[in-house]
Design a protein around this ligand. Structure first.
Ligand code: Q46
Length: 299
């Protein structure tokens, strides 16, 4: 049960909270998450990574409200997805201009001449969101590093996190499971620390916050998401939650409190070296970003 901060009534479901109550609930949850995991400790220059989705403007607005003294920059990466990426960029441009936030815009195609759309006719077509995740991570880290940021906030929320956890657990990917946490410290001078302030917030809460605060967001859905494994995975989790109430939050909590400490003891820590082509940290001789383009004949 949730108590409406606005009127004090106890309401269920959550979305019956008055708008004012819901806004307070959402922002308090973001603030508590940031403080609980010490996300901003030692962070001198913060950037918010934005490329798509509804979480981005919600995160930026919540940060402005709950941490008014903390200055941040938004890094927008245009993924080059037709009928989607340009709209996302325009929304971010307006948001930053209205709120006097510094904005850095980069195009993925400027990094190596390709966009996410170029994966459509490759072996990645059915798991394009997985490829997209790998492809976005590299330039975001590099841009943050080159611009002197020491903390990069992403908008991965509870639904995103649980979908990943679910896949990793059923496939026994221990080495990857240890990286699923609210704060990933940097053990390498070329890797910027990542924080996930929305990790306890659901897709529905993000959307409800945007509507309650009347924040503009991109109306279009990513055209590549249709039929993708990511969407199918999220639908499956919704079905599970129908039978196991609060399943998403329970899985995250059990992962962080019970399994993660054990997994960290037995997971092998990959030793990093420099990518032969770009000099960025890499497990293999060629980093996963360049590898994904070279191995799968994109274009
Ligand atoms: S942009 Fe990329 Fe998303 Fe489009 S291809 Fe999938 S991951 S859906 S948040």
């Amino acid at each position: 049960m949730e108590r409406c901060d606005g009127c004090g009534r106890i309401e269920k479901p959550l979305f019956k909270l008055e708008n004012t109550g819901f806004i307070k609930y959402y922002e308090k949850k973001v603030k508590n998450t940031v403080l609980k995991y010490g996300m901003l400790e030692d962070a001198r220059r913060l950037a918010l990574a934005v490329s798509d989705g509804k979480g981005s403007p919600a995160l930026a607005r919540a940060f402005l409200e709950v941490f008014p003294k903390i200055k941040f920059t938004i890094i927008h990466l245009n993924l080059g997805i037709p009928n989607y990426s340009d709209e996302c960029q325009e929304v971010v441009e307006r948001f930053c201009s209205e709120n006097s936030i510094q904005l850095l815009i980069y195009g993925l195609s400027n990094c190596n001449g390709y966009s996410i759309y170029d994966f459509v006719n490759t072996a990645f077509s059915k798991r394009i969101c997985g490829a997209c995740g790998v492809v976005k991570r590299y330039p975001m880290n590099k841009i943050a590093l080159e611009n002197g940021f020491d903390a990069l906030a992403t908008f991965h929320n509870l639904d995103d996190t649980v979908k990943i956890l679910f896949n990793l657990y059923i496939n026994g990917k221990i080495d990857e499971l240890v990286r699923i946490k609210p704060l990933i410290s940097s053990g390498n001078p070329k890797i910027v620390r990542k924080i996930k302030p929305l990790i306890e917030i659901t897709d529905g809460e993000d959307l409800h916050y945007l509507i309650s605060r009347e924040i503009e967001f991109a109306n279009s859905e990513c055209p590549l998401a249709k039929g993708s494994r990511m969407v199918r995975g999220k639908k499956l989790i919704v079905k599970i939650e129908d039978g196991v109430p609060n399943f998403k939050y329970l899985l995250l909590k059990v992962h962080l409190k019970r399994f993660l400490p054990l997994l960290e003891e037995c997971a092998s820590q990959p030793s990093l070296r420099e990518c032969e082509k770009c000099d960025m940290p890499s497990v293999d001789s060629i980093c996963s970003f360049l590898n994904i383009f070279e191995d799968h004949t994109v274009g």
